[in-house]
Design a binder for this molecule. Structure first.
Ligand SMILES: *Cc1c(COP(=O)(O)O)cnc(C)c1O
Length: 425
């Protein structure tokens, strides 16, 4: 299966269509250089596979960074989006639609499996960064001048708009854009004593990712979230969980914090969602649990033109429906456990982390970039999330057999990566 030129390449060549090289050249001439050169030019997808402009096929084990929960061109998502856009694609938020209302109800249900606390409400946005921006506004409304401090963790990634960026730890992302909204402090990851020492009645909110994705897939240690809940409650601060990457069934549960060893039964005040929620259609959500959090923003205090429009809402409903109907949470849990076990046995993989289908494979040296390149050449898309770590966030519809092709290809890719890294140094 590894990246062979298929009939697609021949068909496109016959149509005179440009390949990877020509499109990349045009990309450089027209698209702002914020992402570096694209690795490939992708023209179509089906299930867990995508095809590039030269007709090569790839097993997509990154899933658009935990977005393509149902893979590519899933018939249920295609039908839902096509039907909705043919019926009613967008209205302003001066109006609502059945899709929007149904989605908000559904999100309350899946974020709180035991039943959402009375008064819980949802704000629908367009992305993860926007969801966190909304959550930060909740924190400011909650805190006011008496509570100017917001706590986040080292390694945190919450997005790229100014508020979400202020909550993002990596200095290289933040510093060129300072001054950012103030009051944010970063605490050592998973360090309960540091959290206890930092907590006070001047803290408006604590922002946490139950599993930090961009930091290399690291889960909060057992007990941390429960302690954070106790401390935020004692000091009257909001506990805000960013489940943008870890949510929507990827970890085998709807939310990563539903896993007992991570969440410990904690009910947060706010949960932010995006990525997998729309299965590729842009959408984000701020889920405020309980009357206090849900009533912090009133009419005129927040808004969005696109957020919660019927098209994106219908897409999200289709994603949730397929995950429920096909029991993809159980599948993600089972396949993830199996895949992690098989990855652990690969020579050159020194540690494997993650839950469900959010997985990191730590390598013997700083060769993740070379390994990802070798895997791409062999027909597999993964992400070198750290210099020694590969991240997998594949579609939840991935089969064991498809995952097996990756495990089988990994040793050769790691060997060629080691050679490439040696040549580089
Ligand atoms: C990707 C991500 C974001 C930002 O989401 P965008 O949709 O890219 O704005 C925020 N938080 C976490 C944990 C993420 O992984």
């Amino acid at each position: 299966m590894s990246g062979n030129v298929t009939g697609d390449g021949a068909r496109m060549a016959a149509r005179g269509a440009a390949g990877n090289a020509a499109w990349t050249e045009r990309y450089r001439g027209a698209v702002m250089n914020t992402f570096g050169d694209p690795q490939r030019v992708l023209v179509r997808g089906e299930g867990p596979y995508v095809w590039d402009a030269d007709g090569r096929r790839y097993l997509d084990l990154l899933g658009g960074i935990a977005v393509n929960a149902l893979g590519h061109a899933h018939p249920a998502l295609v039908a839902a989006v096509a039907d909705q856009v043919a019926t009613l694609g967008h209205v302003s938020n001066f109006f609502t639609t059945p899709a929007q209302v149904t989605l908000a109800e559904k999100l309350l249900e899946i974020v709180s499996p035991g039943g959402a606390p009375a008064g819980s409400r949802v704000f629908l946005a367009n992305s993860g960064t926007e969801a966190n921006e909304g959550a930060l506004k909740l924190a400011r409304r909650h805190g006011g001048p008496a509570r100017p401090r917001v706590l986040a963790l080292e390694g945190a990634f919450h997005g790229r708009t100014m508020g979400a960026l202020a909550l993002t730890h990596k200095a290289a992302y933040r510093e060129p854009f300072e001054p950012l909204p103030g009051g944010v402090e970063f605490l050592p990851f998973g360090d309960v004593a540091a959290l206890e020492a930092a907590m006070g009645d001047d803290v408006a909110a604590v922002f946490l990712e139950p599993i930090q994705g961009e930091a290399g897939v690291r889960a909060l240690p057992e007990g941390y979230l429960a302690r954070a809940r106790a401390l935020t409650t004692a000091h009257g601060a909001l506990l805000i969980l960013d489940e943008v990457q870890s949510g929507m069934g990827r970890t085998g549960t709807w939310m990563a914090h539903h896993l007992g060893h991570i969440g410990g039964g904690v009910v947060p005040d706010v949960v932010t969602l995006a990525k997998g929620l729309g299965g590729g259609v842009p959408i984000g959500a701020v889920v405020a649990l309980g009357t206090d959090a849900a009533t912090l923003l009133g009419p005129g205090q927040h808004g969005t033109t696109f957020g919660g429009n019927p098209l994106a809402s219908a897409a999200a409903l289709a994603v949730i429906d397929v995950i429920e109907r096909e029991d993809l949470r159980a599948h993600a849990a089972d396949l993830g456990a199996d895949l992690r076990a098989r990855l652990s046995a690969v020579d050159g993989v020194t540690a494997v982390r993650g839950e469900g289908l959010l997985i990191a494979a730590q390598l013997a040296g700083p060769v993740a970039k070379e390994a990802a390149a070798a895997l791409l050449a062999a027909g597999f898309i993964v992400n070198p999330v750290r210099e020694d770590t590969l991240r997998l966030a594949p579609p939840l519809i991935l089969t064991a057999e498809q995952a097996g092709t990756f495990v089988a290809a990994l040793p050769a890719a790691l060997a060629s990566a080691a050679t490439a890294a040696r040549d580089r140094s």
